[in-house]
Unconditional design. Structure first.
Lengths: 238, 238
DNA sequence: GCATGATTCAAACACTTGTTTGAATCACGT
DNA sequence: ACGTGATTCAAACAAGTGTTTGAATCATGC
């Protein structure tokens, strides 16, 4: 019988964590749909039925894989941004600082006890462009506050950029970040630097922030029809 | 018996094309692994066995979905770049012009007879971050020349940017482009503008090029360990 | 000690997957 | 008109899918 909601104090044997870790790794390697419960339970060295016993279903498992990490990550981003704004007194932040608040928690996660966090980051980078329905439910919930808060911060940092333009540039920014996080060598631009340790993540941020900040600060292009994108979190967008 | 290599002149009934179109659409909606041959053949209104008869296997089908479009697209990019360089005489191009050569063929493809090309573009944008083994074989083959040619053109356009730095910035550039092409509203930044017609694609390029050009032109960050990425096309990188 | 509830386990469930088969149908050159 | 090879079709194939079941095992409170 499923425990329905066991207090996390009681020392459950680590099979739940083992499943989560194995799922994280396999989802990253093969994608969600292509990873079977049998592959997960085999890697985690637990019984096949354990997934349905502890999580209820495969979909609930992937949901928890993301929930477990995304909450703390995005809270750290919000905290970081709040701290920067407090330190700045009333003055507006630079775009570089705003990006730093967005990216630094990612780097910290990549320094996780022995690469567990790094695995998730690559998974997350890919998740942003997965067609899976589950993702279209999970991600907006976690990113809602982050997107709104950072949009406000960037708008203050870049008062000369029209709001519509800024939303598009945030779009591009997330794309570049996701691609960088995914460590995606699909085009195999990069062969070395595969030692994806902490040094690497820090080197990437040092390169990514100036790149994105320059893009965000660029003069707004002229002569555009005012096609009006909007910043919302409505789930029924598509 | 499979025809082994039928000359494309003979008027094969359009079942091959119907399969390709249906596969393209379904791969975009659900991803590769999650799309069954039965779903494809049902949408294409052909017999289930037709896929294996005409293509040999599911993997060969997805390979041909990409081969059919990626060859012409990347050739158009190379031609566009060559034309710009010819027009410039000996002078170096601006980064904006190089990006224009990269992106304009995409926009033209998006104007394809009634949205067929647009569907593929969203699929392609997602393909760059798919873990599927097939992709890691198909994409480098098609992108090898493009990556090398554009890297040279950008290096001439931006002589002050160190080569290592430039490779990273190309990486970020591809990420932002892929994300923009995929029309990915995973974070639901954008609700309006879902009428993804030709106007939209053109508006995106007008916003994307200045953003990326500014990032490419940014002053190189200081104090980096010289972690040395390299531009290669070796398939055994990961 | 035993009883109780949580957890594991092997086995089976119903179902879907990609692929193959062999006969039926079509197109068409002679 | 016949025959030949390409193409379609319904049916089946073995293998793999997520999920469920019911008994076995474990831990723990009394």
């Amino acid at each position: 019988m499923p425990p329905l909601d066991r207090e996390p104090t009681r020392g459950s044997p680590d099979t739940k964590d083992r499943i989560l870790a194995a799922a994280e790794a396999l989802f990253m390697e093969q994608g969600y749909a292509a990873t079977s419960l049998r592959a997960i339970t085999a890697k985690a060295k637990v019984n096949l039925a354990a997934v349905n016993y502890h999580f209820g279903s495969k979909e609930a498992l992937i949901r928890e894989v993301f929930d477990r990490r995304l909450g703390p990550l995005n809270q750290a981003r919000l905290d970081y941004l709040a701290r920067l704004e407090f330190e700045a007194g009333g003055r507006a932040l630079t775009p570089e600082k705003v990006l730093e608040a967005m990216i630094t928690p990612v780097v910290q996660l990549s320094r996780d006890p022995l690469k567990r966090g790094a695995v998730f980051l690559r998974l997350l980078g890919r998740a942003l462009s997965e067609p899976e329905d589950t993702m279209k439910q999970v991600l907006p919930i976690h990113y809602r506050d982050v997107v709104l808060r950072f949009k406000d911060a960037l708008a203050r940092a870049l008062p000369e950029v029209p709001e519509q333009e800024l939303v598009w540039r945030m779009h591009f920014t997330f794309g570049a970040m996701a691609y960088a996080m995914a460590g995606n060598d699909a085009l195999q631009l990069i062969t070395t630097c595969e030692a994806e340790g902490a040094d690497d993540a820090e080197a990437i941020i040092r390169r990514l922030v100036p790149f994105l900040a320059a893009g965000l600060k660029a003069p707004a292009p002229q002569g555009l029809r005012t096609s009006t994108p909007q910043l919302t979190t409505n789930r029924e967008a598509a």
